[in-house]
Design a protein. Structure first.
Length: 441
């Protein structure tokens, strides 16, 4: 079987859990005899170099072509970020000749990478639901992105039911998408390669915790700040490592908002650090007394899995899919999403554990990851999904015009894209232009 995978990132480039997911899955598929090619890159993430690693043929997204295709959506000029995502998706389509030489295509939902493959005749397409643009917008709407987010949701609801299969690794995410699409969504856990050299005997300083992830609203920094505030003098020091993101509905960085709203704990009990490479993160996980996953919502959160594999005690919100791996008190601790008081209780309970009790929980957590997320087993399950997808009959489907690149004369682009502004009251436009002139370059 020849598989083509379209993903926004692939090792050694990392932007989030998607790279970790495919970095474990695709080599495992290759070991099972699948001929795997991956096109890696998005409108915003860098592309690596062409080559082969672990039996996987790696092709970087052509960003020059992505930029060209982004310009072929003049009717969507008022949603430039959407145009960039669509440009990247169509560039991947062009680079692979529409998947003509492949038996199955797997696409990531984020970045609308599935659009070309589900809007015309193509090989059967399996869409992996990692966390889409439209879905994330429900939890973390961004200032100035309303049109992009709305159109992305429309594209997802119009096209995802056409996929040969839809798969996700979070049980709650599976149910959420089934309710949204009125279509079947398969559940398959994420693969994870556990290191052969565990760090279970490394000293872990007491009263020191860790969070790994973007400093973003739905990742739960507010809940964590409230929990640390409630703990008062008993609050441990927790380090948060990840990229700063805007506060929902504003352009203010989340770090600025937290500093203003929680001056008693921000910078002292909760300390923020810029993103670090995977090796540095693993070292932190191996030497922290505990790891917190405070997400209000998360498809899964592979950071929790990484920490468990390092023998760390994980305190995980039940809003994150990874919480299903944890047996409270035996392999970690869980608490209800958004409940800062319950999180405070879990933190207090964790820091009071004896070294022997903590080591016992860490070893059990590592064993759970080894048993339930074995890449070879998950690769075999995934191949069965591909085999069923190959039976999916591709129909000649008309393009959805809004998401189809169209060529227009250069002088028509601005007229088509911005003509909708003719319907907006001039007074409001002038006020906005004046405000923007003095607040943005």
């Amino acid at each position: 079987m020849k598989l083509l995978c379209i993903t926004p990132e692939y090792p050694p480039d990392y932007g989030g859990g998607i790279a970790s997911f495919y970095g474990a899955l695709l080599p495992a598929l290759a070991r099972q005899g699948i001929d795997v090619t991956v096109v890696a890159g998005s409108a915003y993430s860098p592309s690596g170099s062409r080559g082969e690693d672990g039996g996987v043929h790696i092709v970087p997204l052509n960003h020059a072509r992505a930029k060209f295709w982004a310009g072929q959506f003049p009717r969507l000029s008022l949603a430039p970020d959407l145009c960039r995502h669509l440009g990247a998706a169509w560039a991947a389509w062009e680079q692979t000749n529409g998947g003509r030489d492949f038996d199955v295509v797997e696409c990531c939902d984020w970045g609308l990478q599935f659009v070309p493959w589900l809007s015309s005749e193509a090989p059967p397409c399996v869409v992996r639901l990692h966390g889409s643009i439209g879905q994330i917008a429900r939890y973390d709407p961004q200032s100035g992105q309303a049109l992009t987010e709305t159109l992305a949701q429309l594209a997802e609801h119009a096209l995802l039911p056409r996929a040969a299969a839809r798969v996700t690794y979070g049980a709650r995410n599976q149910q959420w998408w089934q309710d949204q699409l009125n279509a079947e969504v398969e559940h398959c856990p994420p693969p994870f390669c556990v290191s052969d050299a565990p760090s279970l005997d490394v000293p872990r300083p007491p009263h020191q915790g860790l969070v790994v992830g973007r400093l973003q609203s739905w990742k739960g920094p507010v809940t964590l700040c409230k929990a640390l505030t409630a703990l008062g003098e008993d609050a441990p020091i927790i380090e948060w490592v990840g990229r700063d993101m805007p506060t929902p509905g504003t352009r203010a960085p989340m770090s600025t908002t937290l500093a203003q709203d929680f001056p008693a704990v921000w910078g002292s009990r909760l300390r923020w650090y810029q993103p670090e490479p995977p090796d540095a993160i693993r070292q932190r996980q191996a030497t922290s007394q505990f790891v917190v996953v405070p997400s209000e919502w998360d498809v899964f959160n592979l950071g929790a899995v990484e920490a468990m594999s390092q023998g760390a005690i994980v305190i995980c919100s039940d809003g994150a899919g990874a919480s299903t791996l944890i047996e409270p008190g035996a392999t970690g601790f869980t608490y209800p999403a958004g409940d800062s008081d319950a999180l405070a209780v879990a933190i207090r309970k964790t820091v009071r554990l004896s070294p022997d009790a903590a080591a016992h929980i860490g070893k059990a957590a590592r064993a759970t990851v080894q048993e339930r997320l074995n890449p070879e087993n998950i690769a075999r399950t995934t191949i069965k999904t591909y085999e069923r997808a190959r039976m999916h009959k591709t129909r000649g489907l008309p393009m959805i015009g809004a998401f189809m690149p169209q060529k227009y004369p250069a002088d028509a682009v601005s007229r088509l894209g911005f003509a909708g502004l003719d319907r907006v009251p001039l007074q409001g436009l002038l006020k906005y232009i004046i405000k923007r002139t003095f607040t943005r370059r």
